[in-house]
Ligand binder design. Structure first.
Ligand SMILES: [Zn+2]
Ligand SMILES: [Zn+2]
Length: 116
């Protein structure tokens, strides 16, 4: 096997791993998704993960990023810091939301209801 091919295969593995981590789980809500993935990858200062979640689960929610930004979530980590608060410090897995919904599950509440 050539060196280039080995490198290409290694990169493929890393990409598969990244795809497995950043893929939203079945009925996982947005803040649970961000909370889980941001333990594995660091925020790059954009809504890359939120956009990925939106595209994967709720492509019709075109105003989601603007709504989150207005509520103080100007990037993926700020969405967790500024928009959604956990209802408990106890780490639990997502309780699940309706497919296509961008609402949080019962583990979270939104800080500023009027923004929504
Ligand atoms: Zn951030
Ligand atoms: Zn959840």
């Amino acid at each position: 096997m050539s060196r280039d091919r080995i490198i290409a295969e290694a990169e493929g593995v890393v990409q598969d791993l990244a795809a497995a981590i950043t893929a939203p789980r079945d009925r996982e809500c947005l803040p649970c998704y961000l909370d889980r993935v941001l333990h594995e990858v660091s925020c790059d200062g954009t809504h890359a993960l939120t956009r990925h979640y939106r595209d994967s689960t709720a492509p019709a929610a075109t105003a989601l990023l603007q709504r989150l930004s207005r509520a103080g979530g100007h990037c993926d980590c700020e969405v967790l810091f500024n928009v959604y608060w956990a209802t408990s410090d106890h780490v639990r897995s997502c309780e699940g939301v309706r497919l296509g919904s961008t609402q949080p599950c019962d583990l979270w509440f939104r800080r500023r209801r009027r923004m929504w």
